[in-house]
Design a protein around this ligand. Structure first.
Ligand SMILES: C[S@@+](CC[C@H](N)C(=O)[O-])C[C@H]1O[C@@H](n2cnc3c(N)ncnc32)[C@H](O)[C@@H]1O
Length: 275
């Protein structure tokens, strides 16, 4: 395996193994992990403006006759935003719960030009003019064939989105507190750049500041969200301690909800012209 793909593989495997040890069969490689997160992701979709800095370079690359492939579409923030600008979007995701949220959201907006493909990208076959893959790459250990497939599927341009900072920036202090050691480090966008270059691609990196979308109706909702993300058990002791820590850390949004104390965080957009 090439050097940077090997490094990526080792980093992702260590993180997947860490979660697998805490919840056997329930980590991000399982469908149950994403089924449980679909409602949470869908709830964050209501604030569409938050994605504006991410969408601008993508929308600028589109023609009205284009087909866009959204790889790991989730509840569809990219699919729904680009659908009005193009002929068709193919939303690929292995999670039925995610795709169901996306179908409902598309119907609410009278969007009818989305094709849904329930599959892992590794097993999917669509081709399009532009391929977009947001917040999926750091879940994929076998990264080289995955990005080659992104490139092969795109007739014109491909876009990868991932955190422009450490992806655990919100959860890291809590992980350290409850587990007594740091979470295994994730690959960063610099690792992604190195992997893409190693595959002979010529990505252009862009960093944008994007509003943090996490919002919690109240402290109980925040505790439940963090407990799930940190894979902590629901004991009175854990819930009490997490409640105290989050009460001190979260800030008021001004409309009665709570959010992490970062208004924005950097997001990396890596785009390239398909070969
Ligand atoms: C963090 S969500 C990102 C969703 C969306 N792209 C966004 O930015 O809001 C990750 C998504 O990747 C999907 N996923 C996980 N493994 C995948 C794979 N091998 N191929 C395609 N999608 C995958 C999950 O089901 C989930 O919907």
């Amino acid at each position: 395996m090439e050097r940077f793909a090997q490094r990526w593989n080792e980093l992702v495997r260590a993180r997947l193994d860490e979660l697998e040890a805490l919840r056997p069969g329930g980590g991000p490689s399982s469908s149950s992990f994403w089924e449980a997160r679909a409602d949470q992701l869908a709830a964050r979709m209501s604030d569409a403006d938050a994605d504006a800095p991410l969408l601008a370079p993508l929308v600028a690359a589109l023609e009205p006759t284009d087909t866009v492939i959204d790889v790991g579409a989730g509840t569809g923030r990219f699919t729904l935003a680009v659908a009005p600008h193009v002929a068709e979007v193919v939303a690929v995701d292995p999670s039925e719960a995610m795709l169901e949220h996306l179908r409902e959201a598309a119907a609410r907006r009278d969007i009818t030009n989305v094709r849904y493909e329930r599959a892992r990208w590794e097993d999917a076959t669509p081709r399009g003019d532009v391929v977009v893959c947001g917040y999926v790459l750091p879940l994929i250990s076998d990264v080289a064939p995955f990005v080659r497939r992104l490139d092969a599927a795109a007739r014109q341009q491909a876009f990868i989105y991932l955190s422009g900072t450490l992806p655990d920036v919100c959860h890291a202090p809590f992980w350290q507190h409850f587990r007594g050691q740091p979470r295994a480090p994730a690959p960063t966008y610099l690792d992604a750049l190195a992997v893409l270059q190693e595959q002979g691609l010529a990505p252009i990196p862009r960093i944008v500041e994007a509003p943090v979308r996490a919002r919690f109706a109240d402290l109980d909702e925040a505790v439940s969200d963090f407990r799930e993300n940190l894979m902590l058990s629901e004991t009175d002791e854990v819930v009490g301690e997490l409640t105290d820590l989050l009460a001190a850390w979260l800030v008021d949004t001004g409309d009665g909800r709570l959010r992490p104390p970062f208004a924005t965080l950097p997001v990396a957009i890596l785009s390239w012209t398909a070969r």
